[in-house]
Design a protein around this ligand. Structure first.
Ligand code: NAD
Length: 370
């Protein structure tokens, strides 16, 4: 990795004039302002639908910039090169990307490939000495997640998980309200996360590449949301699986799972994860002194929220732009978001998913120690 000074000199000129949308010192000031601090130079691995969304969002960033790509499809690389002015020397494929080790123009690799590939790819990126940003779910089970955490620690690089909601303004406002005691003692969380999935041949319905079904992809939002809304870790789970289409949702690919979580304080959560029920994007929390509701709660936004005190009015900004500017601040200045999004945070969700899958089989309560 090049020294901070050398890359500041290389990239800040191009960062000047980029619209400022997120500045923690002036909360969300949407003004044009020159920026001459460090810029996180990112290569995206996996140029699919979410990778494309992140790349577009990064045009709004002032602290992060797309400078490289890793893809198995030469035509996509060519297209992205011209769209984002990416030099040939910053383009890699899945066979040769270990050579990124010798590329001083890239600080971090954002892995946006199918879930089943994340672990191995993270290990390779860490070995190449680059910071890793990895999409959720971080892997396909907690064992993989821990391997990723250990590898990044050993390589002295950061491992951050793409939990974009951890930078979303209304979500943060509600977490602050809870921290300030405005809901009293949190008692109940309800999370509904789901949509009707299409094409039966896609990787999301392939156990090896997805690690499961709806739970890995969308149910994880209710798990993560229960934790950041209640501000506590679950100590047990129970879960029940329903499968109406075993042809589309094969063995190990969950269609619909209802799950419950219990917390040491006595709070409880009741959640639904589905690939076959639409319009599920809602969080509700009831505390001893008030309540909150978010609907939509985790989509690309605008997020909507209300509480016993009224509607939330925080402005909407592109989630992925806030996330990438926030991650740059975290990497350069150690500035943590309100809710962490490091590898350890990702492992907690993976442990809960492992326990939920176990509970669907045993029918009983599975204890958790996070
Ligand atoms: P996608 O299918 O649109 O893109 C996946 C990319 O990986 C494609 O470009 C594909 O060519 C590439 N790829 C590399 N090796 C592959 C292989 N062996 N099989 C299939 N594809 C391969 O998927 P996506 O929607 O972009 O999802 C990618 C990751 O991003 C997943 O982990 C997903 O959970 C995550 N995601 C996160 C969010 C979010 O809001 N944080 C939203 C969507 C997806």
């Amino acid at each position: 990795m090049g020294s901070r000074r050398s890359f500041i000199e290389k990239v800040t000129v191009s960062a000047i004039g980029v619209p400022l949308i997120f500045n923690s010192s002036k909360l969300f000031a949407a003004v044009e302002e020159p920026y001459d601090g460090p810029v996180l130079r990112v290569a995206i691995m996996g140029l699919g639908s979410y990778g494309s969304r992140v790349a577009k969002a990064m045009l709004e960033c002032k602290k992060a910039k797309l400078v490289g790509v890793i893809s198995g499809t030469p035509s996509k690389i060519k297209d992205w090169q011209s769209k984002y002015s990416i030099p040939k020397k910053n383009c890699y494929n899945y066979e040769n990307f270990d050579a990124i080790k010798n590329n001083d123009d890239i600080d971090a690799v954002y892995i946006i490939t199918p879930n089943g590939l994340h672990c191995d790819q993270t290990l390779r990126v860490a070995k190449a000495g680059k910071h890793v940003i990895c999409e959720k779910p971080m892997g396909i089970n907690a064992e993989e997640g821990q391997k990723m955490v250990d590898a990044c620690k050993a390589a002295n690089v950061k491992l951050l998980i793409g939990y974009r909601m951890h930078y979303e303004p209304k979500t943060m406002a509600l977490i602050k309200m809870r921290e300030n005691g405005e809901f009293g003692k949190p008692k109940f969380f309800q999370g509904q996360s789901g949509f009707v999935i299409g094409d039966p041949t896609q990787w999301r319905l392939n156990k090896e590449l997805a690690g499961g079904g709806a739970m890995m992809d969308i149910g994880i939002y209710s798990i993560n949301g229960a934790r950041y809304i209640l501000g506590e870790e679950p100590i047990w789970v129970t879960a029940q699986e329903t499968k109406t289409d075993p042809v589309k949702f094969k063995e190990g690919v969950d269609e619909t799972i209802q799950f419950q979580m219990g917390f040491a304080s006595g709070a409880v959560a009741n959640c639904l994860s589905s690939y076959n029920i639409g319009n599920l994007d809602r969080f509700f929390m009831s505390g001893s002194e008030g309540w909150l509701e978010m609907k939509p709660s985790t989509g690309y936004g605008p997020i909507k929220g209300r509480t016993h005190k009224g509607e939330l009015t925080q402005p909407h900004y592109t989630h992925q732009a806030l996330q990438m500017d926030g991650m740059a601040e975290l990497i350069f200045d150690g500035k943590q978001p309100l809710v962490p999004l490091d590898g350890e945070e990702g492992v907690k969700d993976m442990k809960i998913i492992d326990a939920i899958f176990k509970a669907t089989k045993t029918g009983g309560k599975v204890e958790l120690s996070l």
